[in-house]
Design a protein around this ligand. Structure first.
Ligand code: ADP
Ligand code: MG
Length: 271
């Protein structure tokens, strides 16, 4: 299969949207698998106590498993908590266990509470794992876990569901990103918007698509992810749709999106 361009610098992307069910986790694991299956090394950090990204990547996340929780409280290094996905050996995942549910509150009283993840993502820890891409899958809130993800990243990727109220809450998300930019992480930028769960049979989906494109222009990937049963079935088999049904429309569109992401990253560095 065709290899995807390797970025000259490691890219760290936070996948965020405080709305639940918009496709954050699905986007994280499928883009990660798309890049990894095409020759790049990828690390996924599951920052949602639900552990859905861990599940989809076939990584154990029962309570007691070394996880991102121990990384945040400083008990384990990133490398100690990273497990190899069953998807492909190029794909690593730091899983989330239910222990993370209490972290949002525990973090409040910790020093540098907004920078715990960034401190764990030292160049030393990352050089050891050596990923080309790091994806951080956020929980559906704008709490301390999401702030940690934004402080640790360079880029924010926002999945937007092609549905009613798609743009609702986005201004709040963008305001939070600006706050993190001005106080905690000046390099943070919204680099990518991905339209998800597109249903071509509805007029509404096209309205949302053009509204989002009109608003965000080139930040929006050309590829749109269709609503597809295969995409939603795959996690039940501990897989992404890319291995569950590689020929499906869902798989091909996530692969197209991964290619676009990789090619854009390569272009940006040349310009
Ligand atoms: P979030 O992480 O934002 O809460 P998820 O990625 O978990 O959202 O997606 C929410 C639900 O929608 C999940 O059940 C998922 O399997 C399903 N889903 C996501 N993307 C698609 C798609 N393109 N087609 C069909 N179902 C999808
Ligand atoms: Mg999720």
């Amino acid at each position: 299969s065709l290899r995807l361009p390797r970025p000259t610098r490691r890219r760290v992307l936070t996948v965020a949207n405080q709305k639940g069910g918009v496709g954050k986790t699905t986007t994280t694991v499928n883009l990660a698998a798309g890049l990894a299956l095409h020759g790049l090394k990828v690390l996924v950090i599951d920052l949602d106590p639900q552990g859905n990204a861990s599940t989809a990547l076939g990584v154990d996340h029962r309570s007691g498993t070394p996880s991102v929780y121990e990384v945040l409280i400083g008990e384990l290094s990133l490398g100690e908590a990273a497990a190899v996905s069953t998807q492909t050996p190029n794909l690593l995942c730091v899983p989330a266990t239910i222990d993370l549910a209490g972290a949002e509150i525990e973090l409040v009283s910790m020093v540098a509470r907004e920078s715990r993840l960034k401190e764990a993502l030292t160049s030393e820890a990352l050089d050891q794992l050596n990923p080309d891409y790091v994806f951080i899958d956020c929980p559906p809130s704008l709490g301390l876990l999401t702030v940690n993800a934004m402080v640790a990243a360079q880029e924010v990727l926002i999945p937007i569901q092609c549905e009613y109220y798609a743009l609702e809450g986005l201004s709040q998300l963008l305001r939070n990103i600006e706050l993190v930019q001005s106080h905690l992480n000046p390099v943070l930028n919204v680099s990518t918007i991905l339209l998800t769960m597109y249903d071509g049979r509805t007029k509404l989906a096209d309205q949302v698509t053009s509204e989002v494109r009109g608003h965000f222009g080139d930040l929006v990937l050309r590829t749109v992810i269709p609503r597809s049963v295969k995409v939603s079935e795959a996690p039940g088999y501990g897989q992404t749709v890319l291995t569950y049904d590689p020929g499906s429309r869902g798989a091909m569109s996530y692969l197209d999106a991964a290619r676009e992401l990789a090619e854009r990253g390569a272009q940006e560095e040349m310009s």
